[in-house]
Structures are given as structure tokens and as C-alpha cells.
Write a new protein. Structure first.
Length: 65
């Protein structure tokens, strides 16, 4: 019984974690450093953006092409 409760709790925790990060999980960012800023390119959808060094974009830019 305790095992079943543990599985349900683990499932709920994973569900909440995935829901929190659902807008970011489609992109896989690669960083190309250029001084203080970086150019970020998604290897999944090809989106490109600039941002802070070492901090990947928080949103998937797939629809914003």
C-alpha cells in the first residue's frame, strides 16, 4: 500500500515538473559565444536568438520562427 502511494506521489511530482517546463522542452539550445552576449541556436527547430552568456532562452521559439 505504501508503495502505491509513493508511485502516485512520484507521478504527481513529475506531472507538475513537466507542466512547469512545457514551453521550453521542445528546443535544444546550442550556444555560440560572442563577447558578453551569446547567439543561441536550437538544433531541433532552427530558431535563433541572442541572450546572456550561459543562460539559454526560457521559451521555445518554434512558432515564432
Amino acid at each position: 500500500m505504501i508503495f502505491a502511494v509513493g508511485l502516485v506521489v512520484a507521478f504527481v511530482i513529475l506531472l507538475l515538473y513537466n507542466r512547469k517546463h512545457r514551453d521550453r522542452r521542445l528546443c535544444r539550445w546550442r550556444e555560440f559565444r560572442q563577447g558578453d552576449v551569446s547567439r543561441w541556436t536550437c538544433i531541433h527547430c532552427g530558431a535563433e536568438t541572442e541572450g546572456k552568456r550561459g543562460e539559454p532562452p526560457q521559451l521555445c521559439l518554434r512558432e515564432h520562427g
